[in-house]
Design a binder for this molecule. Structure first.
Ligand code: ZN
Length: 472
């Protein structure tokens, strides 16, 4: 799978962390409008009481995209510190415009936007001007677009139809899409996937696309007990080729997943894809500091295939075969460092397989150790999920492991991680294979045979109860 390495490299960049959010500050309200030709984005920002001294974009490149800014009919000067509002009275509103085509071009670094006409994919950090200190900032944002245009965004909507932006919306990345594109909400795992298809129709057809995404959501929900959030924005960016080329997770004030899908993808290409399960699974994990990639990528990689088996996308034997293949590739990769050091230096060394699959092997061993005690890693994932939506991120993996052990009433996870992180050999899985009755059949397949702990093996991939049946 030649595309895997650059794909994984990009994925890991995406699996970053968020900053803590403190409550407080005023409640600015924004209104964003586009014209029918998608030429201009016109934004109005109004402030209760005195306005802040300056407004700045979340991403510095947004300064170059600003066309005009006026307040009370007069131009607002743009200086080194941002738009200067110091002379403006309380209750003021600032109107500014951005060229939407230039904004869209600046928002996607890999030229993806070129394929997606007639839509404009934007990073809010480039156009949502806010006070320089946005920590703790909450805001409302109302979209006003012509009736034949849609807006896709990841934010919750209040009773009046306005998007509610929490501090993460200003601190973390997200995408807002304007344009004419098919959109539908799919029920999955007790929640909803708000899907927008950007670009040409995918050859597999809508039914196959929906079945693929629904299965991914259902599989992930069979780990967490429900979709990681009540609603998840899913952006499908349709690009040339077949198969799913790239996926990423976004946490900018609401959960989002972006997937680059080849236009020529067949139903089989989509059914074979692991990316959607992987990215949706990430959304249930707490944001963790990037040096602990072994933790958030490793556990996600393990559960990607577990979730696909639980959704029925893979048979248990196929899922074990995928894990076996990954462990083999991880074992053959790396730079001779300990897993802890490989993880901390992964972005520099490119030892992605070693870190992802070393962490996945640890997750398997942790799951089996817990199941021998009548517990499971599922239980721990659900325990950790409580931290996925709370301030305090990015977490240290060590802290999460310690909290989980305390929850379990036994030192299981932290000692295992301490031992495996200090090894420069790939985590051993052969004793686990023997206990579970997994017999390697070449590099990519395993046979399932009778063994003392075969029941644990089968329980790991078992679909269990349907989480969508239980309201959350
Ligand atoms: Zn990942």
């Amino acid at each position: 799978m030649i595309r895997l390495l650059p794909l994984v490299a990009l994925l890991s960049l995406a699996c970053g962390a968020s900053r803590p959010a403190a409550p407080g500050a005023g409640l600015p309200s924004y209104r964003a409008r586009t014209d029918p030709g998608l030429r201009t984005l016109s934004v109005r920002a109004c402030f209760e009481g005195a306005p802040p001294d300056f407004l700045v974009p979340g991403l510095r490149a947004g300064r170059d995209l600003l066309d005009t800014a006026v307040a009370d009919g007069r131009p607002v000067p743009l200086g080194a510190d941002g738009l200067d509002l110091r002379d403006l009275p309380a209750g003021t509103c600032v109107d500014y415009t951005v060229d939407l085509r230039a904004l869209s071009a600046a928002s996607e670094s890999r030229g993806v936007g070129l394929y997606l006409s007639p839509t404009r994919v934007t990073r809010p950090g480039l156009w949502l001007w806010r006070p320089a200190d946005a920590s703790g900032l909450h805001a409302r944002l109302r979209f006003e677009v012509p009736a034949d245009l849609r807006v896709s965004h990841p934010w919750p909507v209040d009773a009046e139809g306005a998007a509610r932006l929490n501090p993460d919306a200003f601190a973390n990345r997200s995408r807002v899409v304007f344009g004419r594109f098919p959109a539908r909400s799919l029920p999955a795992g007790g929640g909803w996937l708000d899907v927008a298809v950007l670009g040409d129709d995918i050859a597999a057809g809508d039914a196959a696309v929906d079945a693929w995404l629904t299965a991914a959501g259902d599989g992930v929900a069979r780990v967490y007990g429900g979709l990681p959030a009540p609603r998840v924005q899913v952006l499908l960016m349709v690009v040339p080729g077949a198969g799913v080329h790239f996926g990423t997770t976004m946490r900018g004030g609401g959960p989002g997943v972006m997937l680059l899908v080849g236009q020529a993808s067949s139903p089989a290409d989509l059914a074979d894809d692991w990316t959607a399960s992987h990215e949706l699974f990430h959304l249930g994990m707490p944001p963790v500091q990037s040096v602990d990639a072994w933790f958030f990528e490793g556990f996600t990689t393990y559960y990607t295939y577990v979730a696909m088996a639980r959704a029925g996308t893979l048979t248990p034997r196929q899922a074990w075969g995928r894990l076996h293949d990954g462990f083999r590739r991880g074992r053959g990769a790396g730079t001779g460092r300990t897993l802890a050091d490989e993880s901390a230096s992964m972005q520099r060394t490119g030892a992605y397989w070693r870190v992802y699959w070393g962490g996945a092997a640890m997750a398997l061993r942790a799951d089996v150790a817990l199941r021998r005690r009548g517990r499971s890693l599922d239980e721990v994932m659900r325990f950790w999920q409580r931290w996925s939506q709370q301030p305090g991120a990015p977490w240290k993996a060590e802290a999460l492991l310690r909290r989980a052990d305390r929850h379990l009433g036994a030192a299981v996870l932290e000692p295992l991680a301490d031992a495996l992180l200090a090894e420069s050999d790939f985590p051993a899985v052969q004793p686990t294979y023997e206990a579970l009755g997994l017999k390697a059949q070449g590099p990519r397949a395993v046979r399932l045979q009778p063994a003392p702990a075969a029941g644990l093996r089968d329980a790991i991939m078992d679909a269990g109860s349907d989480p969508s049946a239980a309201p959350r």
